[in-house]
Ligand binder design. Structure first.
Ligand code: NAD
Length: 454
């Protein structure tokens, strides 16, 4: 896609960099993203903290191809830090690792990833323990605001019964340390034990979705098209779904990645059944469902009409509920994998709210709600359901926003830039993969730590 961010391009030119530096203007960094034939995690990763977590972190860092160290190297150039707070039981115990982390920040290279590791505060009973664990999230969110040169900071939250070395946390740690999470910052990511990794599921595997069939709705353009390409890159056989009117674009895309197309309005009463039949007859199985199709019909609530309200709720939320019901039914078991992974597209509007978007925010908060409520059903069969909440992403939709609002949307985030459809697609691909077997019911924001509704 041609650049839609001329200011970002200017800042990254030598003259623009000097000019914007002198004027104290935002200077968004070039983010390091996934590149073909380049490892997603390389270089030297500092591991901080005492106890079991730190020991396991060193092993995991080495397993994904990076070099773990215990002290920041004098020459700098760290690609990541894993700061383990998993044993803290009182806020007074945070300082040693927090301050060691602070002391290492000047040794970070560009696009470095800091991951703090703590146990989930919501699962602590003692007030002091919960305070300490919640404190790790607080410090991580603030550190994410302080990161420079395209760096990110995220908190990995170990669920009850999970050790960092288990498949679930290990897969999540690898994602957060990698170039694939370039636009994820300031976020907590809870991970349970997960299911033991097969070779294709181990962190860093090149084709984690090999042998799997994945369906993506709204796949003809924008974020959906990026998701389709990314899942195919990761080895999946893909089914692209979109409205009949988008048929030509969809055909071109599925031909490019060797998948199949299904022209379907996802709000049709038989949409779930037709999707299941397509998977059954054309591919014989279905392992991943990405509910990406979504629409906006913005109006202030005072001017809202039933047609606008109903259309947004029908496409964005009700279709996900109805399709999930068909795919999770007993009679779909011959086609739908027991370890089915479902990923729904939410939005930060559904978290923070947005002027003119009561219908859209209701629909996207609804996606997060249905995701959390369906999680136990998926857990019982060995699968998972999650959601991704994108922030400002450079698409045809956001290119139409008036210039000033668009500039604010981009710059009011820790990374001071809009994300790309590929950034959302990378998060979806991770959540759809066996590496995310420990992640269930969660909504992950891909927003560069947008300041609205943090
Ligand atoms: P887009 O409008 O570019 O693409 C949406 C696709 O969905 C289109 O191809 C459209 O034809 C298809 N679609 C719409 N209604 C459909 C229906 N009834 N049946 C089948 N297909 C249908 O949107 P996008 O910007 O790529 O957004 C993709 C998803 O991400 C949406 O759910 C959106 O709400 C969400 N999102 C986007 C952003 C952003 O900044 N672009 C931010 C937050 C969330």
């Amino acid at each position: 896609m041609p650049s839609t961010d001329p200011y970002g391009d200017l800042v990254r030119s030598p003259l623009g960099s000097r000019l914007t530096g002198a004027l104290g203007l935002p200077r968004p960094a070039q983010l390091r993203r996934h590149e073909a034939d380049t490892p997603d995690i390389t270089g030297t990763v500092l591991v901080l903290g005492e106890g079991a977590g730190a020991e396991q972190a060193r092993t995991l860092v080495a397993a994904v191809g990076a070099h773990p160290v215990g002290e920041p190297p004098a020459e700098g150039g760290l690609t990541g830090v894993v700061a383990c707070f998993d044993a803290v039981a009182h806020p007074g115990e945070l300082s040693a690792t927090a301050l060691a982390l602070g002391g290492a920040l000047r040794a970070l290279g560009p696009s470095a990833h800091v991951v703090t590791v703590a146990r989930d505060p919501e699962q602590a009973e003692a007030p002091a323990e919960r305070a300490a664990r919640a404190g790790v999230i607080g410090l991580t969110r603030s550190l994410a605001h302080e990161m420079r040169r395209g760096g990110t900071a995220n908190a990995l939250l170990l669920q009850d019964g999970a050790a960092l070395s288990d498949a679930g946390p290990a897969g999540a740690l690898a994602f957060l340390l990698s170039a694939r999470s370039a636009f994820v910052s300031g976020q907590p990511l809870p991970a349970g034990p997960g299911t033991p990794a097969t070779a294709s599921a181990s962190p860093g595997a090149t084709a984690p979705l090999a042998g799997r069939v994945a369906v993506v709705t709204g796949a003809a353009r924008g974020i959906g098209a990026a998701i389709l390409r990314t899942l195919a890159r990761d080895g999946a056989t893909v089914i692209g779904v979109d409205l009949p009117a988008a048929g030509e674009d969809l055909m071109r895309l599925v031909n490019e990645v060797g998948g199949t197309a299904l022209a379907l309005d996802i709000t049709a009463p038989d949409a779930g059944r037709r999707l299941l039949e397509h998977a059954r007859t054309r591919h014989g199985r279905l392992d991943v469902v990405v509910h990406n199709a979504g629409i906006t019909k913005d109006r202030m609530l005072a001017n809202m009409d039933a047609a606008r309200w109903d259309a947004v709720l029908a496409v964005n939320t009700a279709s996900q509920l109805a399709i999930n019901e068909v795919l999770l039914a007993e009679d779909a078991r011959d086609t739908v994998a027991a370890d089915l992974r479902i990923v729904g597209l939410a939005s930060i509007s559904g978290i923070a709210g947005n002027r003119g978007q009561t219908n859209y925010a209701a629909s996207k908060a609804g996606v997060m709600g249905l995701t959390a409520a369906t999680a136990p059903v998926l857990a019982a069969r060995g699968g998972g359901i999650t959601a991704v909440a994108p922030g400002f992403i450079e698409t045809e939709m956001t290119a139409r926003i008036p210039l000033l609002t668009r500039e604010l949307g981009r710059r009011l985030s820790s990374l001071q830039q809009g994300g790309r459809p590929e950034d959302v697609a990378e998060a979806v691909a991770f959540l759809a993969s066996p590496a995310a077997s420990g992640v269930n019911g969660t909504t992950l924001r891909v927003c560069g730590q947008a300041m609205m509704g943090a």
